[in-house]
Design a protein around this ligand. Structure first.
Ligand SMILES: NC(=O)C1=CN([C@@H]2O[C@H](COP(=O)(O)OP(=O)(O)OC[C@H]3O[C@@H](n4cnc5c(N)ncnc54)[C@H](OP(=O)(O)O)[C@@H]3O)[C@@H](O)[C@H]2O)C=CC1
Ligand SMILES: CC(=O)N[C@@H](CCC(=O)OP(=O)(O)O)C(=O)O
Length: 338
């Protein structure tokens, strides 16, 4: 397009796992320009020394105030974006935050699950494109969903959100396995190779911080849930990937063929959701922005079993963030990530 100046992008927290994934995607994106990469302890170091595979001739900078760029992504530890985003918005930047800081509408839920106070207005459009495309297309500031939350919400939305032709959900039991990159790049003893090789471990059982955003996105809340919800996250010896099994009890049993058709219809305009006839596999979605979903039924009690798989760093973080940027800029949502 002659005369068209590509919007410029800065990534704050670019030296972490999701920031690095995002750096590669933005560098390859045909319709935006990567301008600055900001880091914390890695400021001053070359990208090529930490992530040679990115093949980027850039140096991480220390954050010293609002960047020039049109678009700012933040991929920082929880609590850090809360400090930076107001100033970015005051300066007219388009903002996409990958942390949990702006996902929850209810500050009391945020305090319970993140152990941090936040102002009542610290909320930005919950940017799950398959559910909130129109709101995202109007937004200047977006909160990217969590990785587990993405895999769980996409598996549940067709039975929990309108148009609901599958009967009322009475309870959901959810178990999900995550790869180690989900915990970020900084070393933790319990995530070291010798602790995790040949091992699986449940953690934050029944109290994971993604619980309230899942229920909020499904039109209910953790404070007053309209169905029973139990979530057990587990860490597994994979580098990347989230594998989620949802056992769903419905008030009224329906033939599984009808429910599968409902899922296909629900996601008919969603380019990154694939309804699969076989159970999904992490390797089939690794390094992609796809969420694969398999729908089946228990032969014993007729309850619904939905299995989903995503790459936590792509559909669960950087890929979904680029999908959201595309929608906010009015581009095709698949640009640079399909
Ligand atoms: N990993 C994943 O699968 C997903 C992560 N997220 C969310 O994205 C965000 C980033 O996660 P992830 O990439 O895993 O994290 P990492 O730990 O890998 O990276 C954190 C980034 O933040 C920087 N940083 C660390 N401490 C500070 C600080 N006190 N002030 C400013 N910058 C700091 C780091 O800089 P430096 O390296 O230079 O010290 C690094 O760039 C988190 O909020 C996370 O919850 C969301 C979905 C999925
Ligand atoms: C394996 C692992 O430790 N995963 C992290 C999820 C990281 C993440 O995605 O954090 P937010 O979405 O909340 O920003 C966890 O369970 O806390």
């Amino acid at each position: 397009m002659r005369g068209y100046k590509k919007p410029t992008v800065s990534i704050i927290g670019a030296s972490g796992y999701s920031g690095a994934e995002l750096s590669g995607m933005i560098a390859r994106h045909p319709s935006v320009k990567l301008e600055n990469l900001y880091a914390y302890s890695q400021a001053g170091n070359k990208v090529s020394d930490i992530y040679p595979a990115l093949n980027l001739d850039m140096t991480y900078r220390a954050y010293e105030g609002v960047p020039e760029s049109d678009i700012c992504f933040l991929a920082l530890p929880h609590g850090e974006a809360l400090k930076l985003v107001p100033e970015l918005l005051d300066n007219g930047k388009m903002v996409i935050d990958l942390s949990g800081d702006f996902r929850l509408k209810n500050p009391a839920e945020h305090l319970t699950y993140y152990k941090q106070e936040k102002p009542a207005d610290a909320w930005m459009t919950y940017a799950m494109p398959e559910l909130f495309h129109d709101e995202i297309s109007q937004a200047k500031a977006a909160s990217n969903p969590g990785c587990y939350a993405t895999s769980i919400i996409l598996g549940l939305a067709p039975v929990c959100r309108p148009p609901m032709s599958c009967g009322t959900v009475t309870s959901v039991s959810c178990s999900a396995l995550s790869g180690l990159s989900g915990a970020g790049r900084s070393a933790k003893t319990e995530l070291s190779f010798s602790e995790m090789n040949n091992n699986i471990r449940a953690y934050k059982v029944g109290m994971h911080q993604h619980t309230p955003e899942i229920l909020q996105a499904l039109g209910t809340s953790a404070t007053s849930p309209s169905f029973g919800f139990a979530f057990t996250p587990m860490i597994a010896p994979l580098t990347r990937g989230i594998y989620t099994v949802l056992n769903i009890s419905l008030e009224k049993q329906l033939p599984v063929s009808e429910i599968k058709e409902h899922y296909r219809q629900f996601y008919r305009s969603a380019p990154f959701v694939r309804i699969c006839s076989n159970p999904p596999e992490v390797l089939h979605v690794a390094h992609t922005n796809f969420c694969d979903i398999h729908v089946t039924q228990s032969a014993q009690d007729g309850s619904l079993i939905v299995i989903t798989a995503i790459d936590n760093l792509v559909k669960g973080a950087a890929g979904q963030a680029v999908q959201n940027m595309n929608i906010m800029l009015g581009y095709d949502e698949t640009l640079g990530i399909m």
